[in-house]
Design a protein around this ligand. Structure first.
Ligand code: FAD
Length: 386
């Protein structure tokens, strides 16, 4: 039961690291507590896995140390992963903004990784829970399927999001056990809950092309009203930067200067609601009018009222009370501090042979295939070193 490398967590990063370690002739074992590896890959991208982003750059990642991800991302690029996908004859397409998806099914990515693991001689213990980890001389991993030993131990157990498919705090616990620091974690790439509700649940299902901003960060994509707040790609993106009480501003007419438009139409007798319904979805226009705006003919609006309406359209300030939490979040932001790790190899500086890769590390990507690219790249970096 002695291995060169044991990887705990058979997700994107763990499988990729296993392939690279195995290819180097390292006797490698993956321990996974689910009965199946790669469950998150399977549900990702709506079942089509947005497996990378062709335009990945370090600017698409959030970390206390924004430079940390550079080395790994440079050594294993989206092009490298695309070559692998092509080699396995998996058909894919670019949906938008460099986001590459499987045309058929995300299961193809798991099958590809498993084939590569098999070729590299990787062994698996599935349905296997780790009870204890010690490091007297080698790493000793006590599990529900017996005791395993290794020279190198890679923690690839991901973050806390989607606990129903196996997410656990195992990585952070191991970090604590070996006295490693970690940054505060929180759910991210997640829908946000509107403070007070304000009757917006009536709008559930309505979607608007918008620019959403928090602090210095802005994203232009759709927002989607939900029963409790807002979702949609623009909101998921901004959730990476949102924390209470950071205000979020939504420009519902990114291409239009609403003040100018209102002034140009000020001579008309059309009601505000009818006018707005030509600019934003009818139900949103109705709600704005019911809550914030006098429903007068445009030619009766005062300068103050025009300013107020234009402000709502070009800079609707929205207060959120919370996120929809880990049950709905695509990722966990934060994690094992990058200060503890070598950016070349992902090995901890304090404990020789101990590595952390993937989402458990304080590196979080934007929405759009970046998180998988980080999983592949950090897995690759560790796989060359273990
Ligand atoms: C619904 C959803 C959709 C997503 N879609 C995309 C997308 O299209 N593109 C993209 O880039 N990113 C997407 N993501 C994010 C992406 O899935 C993750 O960032 C990525 O999977 C992280 O890889 P990882 O290997 O670090 O962790 P994971 O893939 O989560 O793998 C961790 C593995 O460790 C196992 N594990 C956990 N604890 C233990 C333990 N104690 N013992 C043994 N095993 C354990 C888990 O069961 C799991 O198999 C999505 C996430 C979700 C939730």
């Amino acid at each position: 039961m002695k291995f060169d490398v044991i990887i705990i967590g058979g997700g994107a990063a763990g499988l990729f690291c296993a392939i690279e370690a195995g290819k180097r002739g390292r006797k490698t074992l993956v321990i996974e507590h689910n009965a199946q590896v790669g469950r998150k890959i399977i549900i990702s991208g709506g079942g089509r896995c947005n497996f990378t982003n062709a335009d990945t750059s370090p600017e698409n990642f959030i970390s206390a140390n924004p430079h940390f991800c550079k080395s790994a991302l440079a050594r294993y690029t989206p092009r490298d992963f695309i070559e692998l996908v092509k080699k396995h004859k998996i058909d894919f397409y670019e949906k938008k903004l460099g986001q590459l998806f499987c045309r058929e099914s995300s299961r193809q990515i798991v099958e590809m990784l498993l084939k590569e693991c098999e070729k590299a001689g990787v062994e698996f213990q599935l349905d296997c829970s780790v009870k204890n980890v010690e490091r007297p001389e080698f790493f000793e991993i006590e599990t529900t399927r017996g005791k395993f030993m290794s020279e190198s131990l890679v923690i690839a157990t991901g973050g806390l999001s989607f606990p129903k498919i196996g997410a656990s705090d195992f990585g952070y616990r191991i970090g604590k056990q070996f006295s490693l620091r970690f940054t505060q974690v929180r759910p991210s790439l997640v829908a946000l809950v509107l403070a007070g509700g304000n009757g917006y649940s009536k709008l559930a299902g309505v979607s608007v092309d918008s620019t959403v901003s928090a602090g210095k960060h802005s994203f232009r994509e759709n927002i989607l009203f939900t029963h409790r707040g807002l979702s949609g790609p623009a909101i998921l993106q901004i959730s990476n930067y949102w924390q209470k009480p950071v205000p979020v501003s939504i420009n519902l007419l990114p291409e239009t200067d609403a003040s100018q438009l209102l002034h140009e139409n000020r001579h008309r007798s059309q009601t505000v609601e009818n006018f707005l319904a030509g600019l934003v979805p009818q139900r949103l226009a109705e709600l704005f009018v019911a809550q914030n705006i006098p429903n007068k003919p445009l030619d009766q609006l005062s300068d103050r009222e025009i300013k107020h309406i234009a402000g709502l359209l070009n800079g609707w300030n929205v207060e959120f009370s919370d996120t929809e939490g880990y049950d709905r979040a695509e990722v966990t932001l934060g994690g094992i501090s990058t200060d503890e790790l070598s950016s070349q190899t992902m090995e901890t500086k304090k404990v020789k042979g101990l590595y952390f890769i993937g989402e458990v590390v304080d590196v979080t990507g934007w929405l759009g295939g970046y998180n998988f690219q980080w999983a592949w790249a950090s897995g690759f970096a560790a796989g060359q070193s273990v």
